[in-house]
Design a protein around this ligand. Structure first.
Ligand code: PMT
Length: 415
């Protein structure tokens, strides 16, 4: 831990809020990591959180009394709740349950933690954790969006196996990932608000098309380009919705991530979010085909002794569906084109055929660029213009793409 950067973005005083999720046991490690990073840590637990981890554990790790109740005359005689709200530089809630998110989104102050959040002007960050169906529920989606509008930064959740046996998005990020996101989040440049008030929806990463319960068709996309775009858009002040295929990247700070596996899932989420978006960027490497029917059980070697025939059918074209939305609900649509030859010719064809406003064409056969690498180069094409972007880090190229997208948006007639 000694290699961690100084907690300048984090501020030295962190109020760690813990709510009632099974991931609460990980908050002990988080408190320890925060202390090791040089922060003063005070812990506030909801009543339910105490069913998962005891205040004594957190007290031992932080060396400070843990607060659990709003109406505790003894604790109030020490540091009153308003004083505590003023004390914090950062309020970090991990785990944040669906219930706590709902109460915070509604502006409630019905326990100590929600009261502190309402009374504090500190930077506010939360790491949601809940069952995947609860995370996907429209009520939670609304609450997450409301909280982000109110200035909360959401970290995660991650996708994977859940304590309840389900698989999907809803796991709390690991404590190390939460700390890293807190420490390394870019500081917004003063006045960096060109995209304030805009909603940018971005697809990133590959899709996975199952063949049987253990095998799938996919591609080499790492998600780095799409995640760089999400960071760039968030740094410009936009609300960012990142629809991500399976990748090994942490969710950028302040970005709302929705994780999906297949092209059909990505299509469903994209077409649901696009109508309320200002800009839609299709950076995902979507599988054009899926197996007509995935086998229910693992395919056995003996079944394919005479050769195995896979029948593939076409997936929907996600970006073309978004571009075909009625004018009133159609965002500015930016596509990517991954080509290995005739970059401009194929990209122009996709720009026209899919009905896009702009396309970012990258030659994925070039050494050290494109799939998986940290750098990329691109030819950006739109109606009557184009620009060549030389090889550079994906994060910088993302800034240039966002600049172009904002210029195209400003130039188009209002919806
Ligand atoms: O993820 P990285 O490792 O950082 O790599 C980045 C990248 C190379 C994947 C990225 O820069 C890129 O080129 N993304 C688009 C990849 C792609 O699928 O290109 P395409 O030419 O096949 O598709 C054209 C456009 O249609 C893309 O915007 C794509 O998202 C979209 N599409 C394609 C098929 C489909 N069924 N639905 C779609 O929306």
């Amino acid at each position: 831990m000694s290699s961690l950067p100084a907690p300048s973005r984090l501020g030295p005083k962190v109020l760690l809020g813990i709510s009632a999720g099974i991931a609460a046991y990980k908050s002990a490690m988080l408190a320890r990591l925060l202390k090791q990073a040089g922060c003063e840590v005070r812990v506030v637990m909801t009543e339910g959180a105490q069913a998962f981890i005891t205040p004594l554990t957190l007290q031992a790790l932080t060396g400070e009394p843990v607060r659990t109740s709003l109406l505790d005359p003894e604790a109030e005689a020490g540091m009153g709740h308003i004083e505590l709200a003023r004390w914090a530089d950062t309020i970090l809630i991990a785990p944040a349950t669906a219930d706590l998110m709902a109460r915070l989104a509604a502006g409630m102050a019905d326990d100590l933690l929600t009261t502190l959040c309402l009374a504090s002007e500190a930077r506010k960050v939360m790491a949601p954790a809940m069952n995947q169906a609860m995370w996907a529920h429209p009520a939670t989606r609304r609450n997450a969006a409301r909280l982000m509008d109110d200035g909360w930064h959401l970290l995660g959740p991650a996708s994977g196996d859940q304590a309840c046996g389900d698989v999907g998005p809803g796991r709390m990020l690991e404590p190390e990932a939460i700390l890293k996101a807190l420490l390394t989040a870019p500081t917004p440049a003063p006045g960096a608000s060109e995209a304030a008030g805009l909603t940018v929806t971005i697809t990133a990463g590959p899709t996975r098309e199952p063949l049987d319960p253990v095998r799938y068709l996919s591609n080499h996309s790492s998600g780095k380009m799409g995640y760089a775009l999400a960071e760039a858009a968030a740094a410009l002040g936009a609300r960012v919705q990142l629809i991500s295929g399976p990748v090994a990247l942490a969710c950028p700070e302040g970005v709302e991530r929705i994780t999906v596996e297949t092209a059909l899932e990505m299509h469903e989420v994209a077409t649901r979010l696009a109508p309320a978006s200002d800009i839609f960027i299709g950076c995902a490497a979507v599988a054009d085909y899926r197996a007509e029917s995935a086998a229910e059980h693992k395919l056995k070697k003996t079944e394919g002794e005479a050769g195995l025939v896979l029948r593939l059918i076409q997936n929907p074209d996600i970006i073309a569906s978004v571009a075909a939305l009625p004018t009133a609900s159609r965002p500015l649509v930016v596509g990517f084109a991954a080509e290995t030859r005739d970059l401009e010719g194929y990209a122009r064809d996709k720009l026209a055929r899919k009905g896009l406003d702009m396309i970012v064409a990258n030659d994925v056969s070039r050494e050290g660029l494109g799939f998986g690498s940290d750098n990329n180069a691109a030819l950006v094409l739109w109606g009557d213009g184009q620009e060549n972007l030389a090889p550079q880090p994906k994060r910088e190229l993302a800034d240039a793409v966002m600049r172009h997208a904002l210029a195209r948006l400003a130039a188009r007639p209002t919806r």
